[in-house]
Ligand binder design. Sequence first.
Ligand SMILES: NC(=O)c1ccc[n+]([C@@H]2O[C@H](COP(=O)([O-])OP(=O)(O)OC[C@H]3O[C@@H](n4cnc5c(N)ncnc54)[C@H](OP(=O)(O)O)[C@@H]3O)[C@@H](O)[C@H]2O)c1
Length: 321
Amino acid sequence: MKAIRISEFGLPKVMELKEIDRPIPESDEILVKVYASGINPVDLVVRAGSNAALSYNLNLPMTLGWDTAGVIEELGNEVTGFQKGDAVYGVPNFPGEGSYAEYVAAKASRFALKPYNICFNDAAGIPLAALTAWTAMFEFGKLKMGQRILIQGASGSVGGFAVQFAKSIGAYVIGTASADSFNYLREIGADELIDYKTQKFQDLVKEVDVVLEVSSVRDNNERIKSVKVLKNSGILVSVNTDFAFNEEVIHALDKKNCKGELSANQARTDWLEEIGRLIESGKVKVPQGKIFALNEAVEAHNLIESKSVNGKLILQVREQS
Ligand SMILES: NC(=O)c1ccc[n+]([C@@H]2O[C@H](COP(=O)([O-])OP(=O)(O)OC[C@H]3O[C@@H](n4cnc5c(N)ncnc54)[C@H](OP(=O)(O)O)[C@@H]3O)[C@@H](O)[C@H]2O)c1
């Protein structure tokens, strides 16, 4: 099968289209015939040499890509709940062998049936970002109906899902983003918006139950400002797990009896199913990605690194009818 492999870490050009053996699923795995694979910021981090949190888990050569949609080709003998031919979406093997490939074998528990009303390309942009938002907001942030949440980076792939999930349970959503994204954020239900380029959120927001840091910013001074806008006993959740809370942030949290959490996404069938139901009911809209062919992975990564593109980029691996 064809796969985009890296044999060394470095610039996008280290990604090469190779012919490799098709993987064989273990007893608890499914073999997915990949139709599309989403590109996420972490793909670029791994390709470039990774970070301390991930590097111990990586073996070269390897295939990137941890967001996929496709059709089940084979099932391991212990897999239940799926059938050959099912259209599925999920997060394979993070951070192991990924889905920039014609096939990927991965634990069935990291997949669910693809929402019926979206195509494979759209589905491939969902699992990692949506599960990141879901895990952070509900598992760590404990967000409930009627609570107030500040979403830092509401316009990103993770942020867009976070806004919609929070609205789906009846929370009040304040988002920070650049003003270019305000129309999109109003359409998906954000209640208040703050332009991080021209406004200071810490002067405009107070008494929130949860601050969700899903922006690309890694700055503990910004986190201190986030603690300032939390209610006593509120929760600050960051998905930027590679960037720890420093002593000042921990002290500020303690003084207000608040909690600080670093949240890594958890890939679970039941959460993907719930996310799928929200998409099928129309409560959650999926942004359309910019499509590249599998052999254009280098161009796609170059484009993201040049910061000349917004939104999700998708590698289409197979033609879709
Ligand atoms: N822990 C996990 O499991 C996990 C999984 C996936 C991703 N992540 C992390 O989650 C973060 C977001 O990922 P993503 O895929 O959503 O990235 P993305 O689509 O590139 O979004 C990043 C967002 O950050 C916003 N931003 C930049 N500077 C900001 C600032 N000063 N204040 C507020 N927002 C700002 C941008 O807003 P504008 O475009 O409006 O300027 C952009 O929408 C990344 O840091 C990524 O590493 C973690």
